[in-house]
Design a protein around this ligand. Structure first.
Ligand code: BG6
Length: 487
């Protein structure tokens, strides 16, 4: 799909704003390390970490080395690759709102050896903004003032972009004054997960699913992202965001789009994004009384203690969505996500309808509806749940059975982390797995009335105990309609 093995990765000056932050140290630099290990990075690529810390290049290299030892699996750590990656690193201390440091960045980028000596195609500039979206505009302005943005430069925006529709427009406008839409890569790392991409392949490179992938045969869809960790050191950000903004507005809605979208003309940038946008625009608005009926807000009982103050921010959301179009009319899409739950698990369950007629009058056992489970983590893979005949004489005994596709058992290659794939796609200029502005805004437009209603009538999160599956109300959301979550 997006990673074309033989497509050349150009030389880049890869500048990470937020270069000492949690995301950079936990995901971006380990992701770049894996690419280094596989010799995917161009020899002339440099990585420039930008943060407010007074670190020199050597200090940054030490910090990153430590992070690699912490976050890269032990059997992937190779001294040579660590050395190669850290030799590419530079660090500059810059405060987005202050003048210091910008001229050093200017000097460093202008002096890339390919520009000054060899006269070859210069290194592509990638600016990765792993900082709060309120800083996107000021950073882009400074880059523009310094003349650092060229026609092939790219900017990568981390989510969430804004905190509602109006603020996301302000941010997108500010970025758009400096970068063309085609230069903007809005990252949603769920789109970089192998199993999420495999969902597209399974749907569109096979024929057997398409005839049953609609309201005639599908009873409902469940999308679950459950985490065992709490908010940890991210309390400051998280308490302002909450689960609806942090997870549903982006990751869960993007997965819903991939399940529900029509086949694009081909799997490439705009065709895929056009189809996802149609799904987002077809979501039935949830507002007023529907918000009470179809959403559940939760907060784990130790949250206030963890962040050090009382709060009404939700750490759990469950909701019922509907896609109002010909294919999906009347099919509920149940979404749920939360922190400090029993399991770390991300799955999509497509649950099919019961057979229309019971043909085995003297059978024993139960028939369960067919179900396609797409497991994003752990153990990426897919299962098709069927009813089979238990072997042996004595009449028909029904038994649940499944066809299993486990990535680990089927392929020798390990599945790369989502960021690895996406970072390389940015360098190569492949936009398919990134969100377009109109998608982000359509997602905010759907989510915002829910946030408004919660706030307007003061719907506070219900408490749930860490290590459970969340508030009981989430089970009721489905039970009311005669359904249960697949655990
Ligand atoms: C991030 C959210 O986008 O996704 C985090 O900001 C969340 O709060 C994370 O923990 C989950 O990602 P994954 O890949 O671990 O499921």
């Amino acid at each position: 799909m997006s990673a074309t093995p033989d497509l050349e990765v150009p030389a880049c000056d890869f500048t990470v704003f937020g270069g000492t932050g949690d995301l950079a140290l936990r995901k971006l630099l380990p992701g770049l390390y894996e690419r280094e290990r596989q010799r995917n990075l161009h020899p002339d690529t440099r990585i420039i970490g930008v943060s407010r810390h007074a670190l020199d290049d050597a200090g940054y290299r030490d910090l990153v080395t430590q992070a690699l030892f912490e976050h890269v699996p032990e059997d992937h750590l190779e001294a040579g690759a660590v050395h190669r990656l850290t030799s590419r690193l530079h660090h500059l201390a810059i405060d987005a709102h202050a003048p210091d440091g910008w001229h050093q960045l200017h000097g460093l980028l202008k002096d890339h050896p390919r520009r000054t000596v060899r006269g070859e195609a210069p290194a592509t500039r990638v600016f990765y903004l792993a900082v709060g979206s309120d800083l996107f505009g000021p950073i882009c302005d400074r880059l523009d003032d310094l003349g650092l943005v060229e026609a092939d430069s790219r900017v990568v925006l981390e989510k969430p972009i804004g905190s509602d529709l109006a603020s996301s427009r302000v941010v997108n406008d500010a970025v758009g004054r400096v970068f063309e839409e085609g230069q903007v890569y809005r990252i949603d790392h769920y789109l970089g997960k192998e199993s999420v991409q495999n969902l597209l392949v399974t749907r569109f490179a096979n024929t057997f699913l398409e005839p049953v992938w609609n309201s005639r045969w599908v009873d409902h869809v469940q999308i679950t992202v459950s985490e065992t960790l709490g908010v940890g050191g991210r309390g400051g950000y998280y308490d302002r965001a909450g689960a609806l903004r942090d997870m549903v507005q982006n990751h869960l809605l993007q997965m819903l789009c991939l399940v529900a979208m029509e086949p694009p003309t081909y799997v490439g940038g705009d065709p895929v994004r056009d189809e996802k946008l149609k799904v987002l625009r077809a979501l039935k608005p949830l507002a007023g009384a529907d918000v009470h009926r179809h959403t559940v807000r939760g907060q784990y009982t130790t949250y206030a203690e963890e962040i050090g103050r009382q709060s009404t921010t939700e750490t759990f959301v469950a909701l019922r969505a509907e896609v109002q179009n010909w294919r999906w009319a009347g099919v509920p899409f149940y979404l749920r996500t939360g922190k400090r739950l029993a399991r770390k698990e991300s799955t999509i369950e497509v649950v099919f309808k019961e057979p229309p007629h019971a043909m085995f009058p003297h059978s024993e056992g139960v028939t369960t509806p067919n179900r396609l489970t797409i497991r994003m983590q752990p153990d990426e893979g897919m299962q098709l749940h069927l009813t089979a005949k238990h072997p042996g004489p004595g009449g028909i005994r029904m038994h649940p059975a499944s066809l299993d596709l486990s990535y680990d058992d089927t392929f020798d290659e390990r599945s790369p982390d989502a960021y690895e794939r996406l970072l390389l796609d940015v360098m190569r200029g492949i936009p398919t797995l990134f969100m377009r502005r109109d998608e982000v805004e359509a997602a905010w437009a759907w989510v915002e009335p829910i946030l408004d209603q919660w706030q307007r009538v003061g719907i506070e999160p219900v408490r749930y105990h860490p290590g459970t599956t969340g508030p009981a109300a989430a089970a009721t959301l489905l039970a009311r309609e005669g359904r249960t979550w697949q655990e």
